[in-house]
Write a protein that binds this ligand. Sequence first.
Ligand SMILES: Cc1cc2nc3c(=O)[nH]c(=O)nc-3n(C[C@H](O)[C@H](O)[C@H](O)COP(=O)(O)OP(=O)(O)OC[C@H]3O[C@@H](n4cnc5c(N)ncnc54)[C@H](O)[C@@H]3O)c2cc1C
Length: 351
Amino acid sequence: MQELHDAPLAPLTTFRLGGPATRLLTATTDAEVVAAVREADASGTPLLIIGGGSNLVIGDKGFDGTALRIATEGFTLSGTSLELAAGETWTDAVARTVEAGLAGIECLAGIPGSAGATPIQNVGAYGQEVSSTITEVVAYDRHTRETVTIPNAECSFSYRHSRFKAEPDRFVVLRVRFALEEAGGLSAPLAYPETARAMGVEQGERVPASAARETVLKLRAGKGMVLDPEDHDTWSAGSFFTNPILDAAAYGDFLARVRERLGPDVAPPAFPTGDGRTKTSAAWLIDRAGFTKGYGDGPARISTKHTLALTNRGGATTEDLLALAREVVAGVHAAFGVTLVNEPVTVGVSL
Ligand SMILES: Cc1cc2nc3c(=O)[nH]c(=O)nc-3n(C[C@H](O)[C@H](O)[C@H](O)COP(=O)(O)OP(=O)(O)OC[C@H]3O[C@@H](n4cnc5c(N)ncnc54)[C@H](O)[C@@H]3O)c2cc1C
């Protein structure tokens, strides 16, 4: 297992931000992962698990403890059953399943990071979420000190959330298993209007899975949502805020604020969640509160391609990023009474 001391963490994150870790281990087998976690826990050393670093905001002071980078490999496809080692690169795995003619995760193409992190926030995009195809997650449970297999029903998946996110210091994901669909090379029914529109079909129709994947990649690239080291709009964690989900009373107050501020005919995006609550769009709120694409004059700014991505233009510090994030949260709250919540995981800092 590779071991480094006083190791910079910024290069391991897509923001390129954050100070060093006291110790950085890189594990390439499940046994190494488990041994490193057991050793840290036995000595009471704080532990930070790092996959692709694409959903992490690490403080400028760094991490006083052991950072464990998961670099395990393993892609096993048997019929429609897929097992991925936690360290596998997610977007490559998606490409391989599409090449094999299988449906179920093709619209999750282009999401950076590791397979092992996908259950943590139930990654989703363009009408698909991993919770629809994950059958079980194999994880090391730091409470019971055993490797456990957790079926989908016990993962408490919801919008950008799961049991793993709710209990952040408990599970280290080792493997993720999926059930994909054999649909004669076709995609799953397209659930997202923008994708269907871009492909010239009705929502709910199937298209060749490879075409769905390519369309999603193209749409994502246009929004700076595919990693490109040359493009500072992608030095981000993707969406910085989750879409707010409001109960009936909060939604009523919000609508009144929108009408008062923007006029009686303005209707914010509204997606009923089926339980009496309504999801609205964080990007819309940010934009309508006056933080438009490219907002900011420092080294941390809103992406020029997408209002929801906060970005490092080069030379930013985590404090620069957090100052921008706090300004956006305060501005949206002042305008609409809604408090935005950050999607990426913060380490040693908070908004
Ligand atoms: C340009 C861009 C676009 C993005 N688009 C999307 C999108 O469309 N949809 C979406 O949902 N997300 C999106 N994201 C966010 C991010 O890519 C995902 O959340 C991804 O799953 C994070 O994976 P990672 O390996 O980089 O995790 P990291 O950033 O390394 O870690 C994130 C969290 O998961 C924990 N973690 C990582 N691996 C493990 C493990 N094996 N076991 C236990 N805990 C672990 C970490 O400790 C941390 O708390 C985007 C990010 C970027 C930069």
